[in-house]
Design a protein around this ligand. Structure first.
Ligand SMILES: Cc1cc2nc3c(=O)[nH]c(=O)nc-3n(C[C@H](O)[C@H](O)[C@H](O)COP(=O)(O)OP(=O)(O)OC[C@H]3O[C@@H](n4cnc5c(N)ncnc54)[C@H](O)[C@@H]3O)c2cc1C
Length: 376
């Protein structure tokens, strides 16, 4: 008998969808609540590291992910010079194991669609376009009220509702999310044939310019600058700003720049960070993924950490037969320090760039690769 019979998962992102799939596969009744009316509507791309791919495979979606994404095993480092000169080609660690690629680019909506279809297939009840409005727990369960005036009682509530978690707020958890000091322009568009892996351009007028192939026909490109208030810009002005910043970068960027024509595919956001001290649960409500820890995407590990939280939590809930302190201790022992180490490393990389300091990036990347190569 698993430790729980019915679970409410709040948020159908990577953490929430993965939790829901694993629990439902084990025969647990799962409601998956998503505030957006359609999660697969729009979005940019995501870089999934090998350890994220390992967890996606455990969900039973590897074939679909592989078919939709674009795998690569080397990251290029290019100079911000007139030729976009390649200065290094660094083999990426295969953190998911030798039988999985080191990294894969994916369109986010496609990944969301694959996960939600899998959730439905294994019996998860997906509820779009609504949220919870009240949580009240006692020894035996959590009473939940919903925005559509329905109610439910669950053995466990999993708050996987992202960086600004509503569930975290409902628990009264006081967590300050801090701006890292960087903002990122991202654009989604067609992939020129010359883009077959991620290349990073360090320096020039921005901190980083880069791109990642997300499929045979698509990529996302990005430019990282000092965080600033860009909210007054119209979509056309946003597009023009990103194009203008990209002028310093050449090689494949020259082709990418030409394809930057659709303002609706350009977006700007700040890098933010936080780590919630353990415990991540308050009784029968637990926070996972970005709700508990958020890192800037400098090593592209946020998605992997969210998936790992989900897999470890679900594994413990299925293997144990009581939801007790022992279970929570085991969960935190496997998740807290690992997630904190990854967040700290991601912040360190950002800080070196903000301070214009030549940090020991190879050694930092090596230590993260050693850690994340071990299954969570
Ligand atoms: C600019 C940027 C680039 C990034 N690039 C990468 C990358 O390349 N690789 C990588 O691994 N990570 C990347 N990350 C980090 C990654 O996106 C996150 O770590 C990951 O998405 C976290 O997953 P999650 O499921 O915890 O949260 P989310 O993906 O945020 O999902 C939360 C879900 O909860 C829903 N929700 C929110 N509130 C409610 C509510 N009240 N009720 C119901 N549902 C709700 C949301 O709509 C959403 O669907 C990036 C982050 C940023 C900001």
């Amino acid at each position: 008998m698993p430790a729980v019979n019915n679970v409410l998962v709040v948020g159908a992102g990577l953490a929430g969808a993965a939790t829901a799939i694993h629990l439902a596969k084990a025969g647990i009744a799962v409601d998956l609540l998503e505030i957006k009316p359609d999660i697969a509507a729009i979005g940019s791309g995501i870089t999934l590291q090998g350890n994220a791919l390992r967890e996606l495979r455990s969900l039973g979606v590897w074939d679909q992910v592989q078919a939709a994404g674009y795998a690569f095993d080397v990251t290029g480092i290019r100079a911000p010079d007139p030729h976009g000169t390649v200065v290094a080609e660094i083999p990426d660690a295969r953190t998911g194991g030798p039988d999985l690629p080191a990294a894969m680019g994916m369109p986010r909506p496609e990944l969301a669609r694959i996960l939600c279809e899998r959730a439905t297939e294994v019996g998860v009840k997906l509820r779009y376009g609504t949220t919870h409005t009240g949580l009240a727990q006692d020894e035996g369960g959590v009473d939940v009220s919903f925005a559509d005036h329905s109610t439910g009682r669950y053995d466990l509530v999993v708050g996987a509702d992202g960086v600004r978690s509503w569930t975290r707020r409902a628990l009264g958890v006081n967590l300050e999310t801090r701006s890292v000091g960087m903002g990122i322009w991202r654009a989604f568009g067609p992939r020129p044939a010359s883009v077959t892996r991620t290349d990073l351009y360090y320096g020039g007028p921005s901190y980083i310019a880069g791109y990642c192939p997300t499929g045979e026909d698509t990529l996302y490109a990005y430019i990282v600058e000092d965080a600033q208030d860009r909210s007054a810009l119209s979509p056309d002005e946003q597009l023009a700003t990103m194009k203008q910043l990209s002028q310093a970068y050449h090689g494949p960027w020259d082709e990418i720049r030409e394809t930057l024509t659709d303002p609706s595919r350009v977006n700007y956001t700040w890098f933010e960070t936080h780590v919630l001290d353990e415990p991540w649960n308050r009784g029968r409500v637990v926070l996972i993924g970005d709700a508990a820890h958020t890192c800037p995407p400098t090593i592209a590990q946020g998605g992997a950490m969210a998936l790992e939280d989900a897999v470890v939590l679900a594994e413990l809930l299925v293997e144990r037969d009581v939801l007790d302190q022992d279970l929570w201790d085991a969960f935190h022992a496997r998740r807290y320090q690992r997630a904190r180490t990854v967040v700290d490393a991601s912040n360190q990389l950002a800080q070196w760039q903000l301070d214009h300091v030549q940090g020991d990036i190879p050694s930092l990347m090596r230590s993260v690769a050693i850690l994340t190569s071990q299954p969570a």
